[in-house]
Write a protein that binds this ligand. Structure first.
Ligand SMILES: [Zn+2]
Length: 203
């Protein structure tokens, strides 16, 4: 990582959401501060808010559900929005939506549980934006999901250490919102949600 002073450091408290404006060419580090933590990321094109990062389009453009260093995330218009420059974890999910009240109500009988959808709305509101936040727009960074031979989607226990980082280069001026996922009823966050951090750097 560059020794240069970051442009911004945004601490994302456990079970909460925060956002940041990212200029084209700038670098965004997403860090699991204590490790074993998943972040749910949504992003919009600043110049055209009807263009946003889309996990489904990313799968289609890459013809893969896996992301690699050098690989890209795409928008609903199939334009690249981020390129992955560094990835300490190498495990992410592009196929399930972020957690939401209906997930906790349906599967755990707890409609009032903290959830990523609410956190992403919190992050949006803190930046004074009015984007429509949808769970299916979230990329589940560091989520150890895998698809088995017979098509089951299995969430493995998070394994990544404190300080695990993914670095994204923005390919357009965008806004990124991150939820430190509050899921504590599956192995997703090793049953203990913890903080995350975003660090914005110049190229
Ligand atoms: Zn979540």
């Amino acid at each position: 990582m560059s020794a240069e002073k970051p442009l911004a450091e945004i601490f994302v408290p456990a079970r909460q959401g925060r956002g940041v404006f990212v200029g084209r060419g700038q670098l965004l580090d997403i860090i699991a501060v204590e490790g074993k933590q998943v972040g749910d990321l949504v992003a919009w094109n600043r110049a055209a808010p009807d263009e946003y990062m889309s996990p489904a389009h990313t799968v289609s453009c890459n013809a893969s559900i896996r992301l690699k260093v050098g690989g890209r995330l795409f928008t609903n218009r199939r334009n690249p929005i981020f390129t992955i420059l560094r990835d300490d974890v190498g495990k992410h999910d592009l196929i399930v939506p972020c957690c939401d009240p209906a997930r906790f109500a349906r599967d755990f009988g707890d409609p009032h549980h903290d959830n990523c959808l609410a956190n992403l709305r919190q992050a949006r509101d803190l930046l004074g934006l009015d984007y429509d936040i949808r769970g299916d727009l979230a990329w589940n960074v560091f989520m150890h999901n895998r698809v088995t031979e017979d098509g089951a989607v299995v969430t493995d226990m998070a394994q990544h250490p404190a300080g695990a980082t993914i670095t994204l280069r923005a390919e357009m001026d965008c806004v990124a919102l991150l939820s430190a996922c509050p899921q504590d009823l599956t192995p997703c966050n090793a049953f203990k949600p913890t903080p995350m951090k975003m660090v914005l750097r110049s190229a």
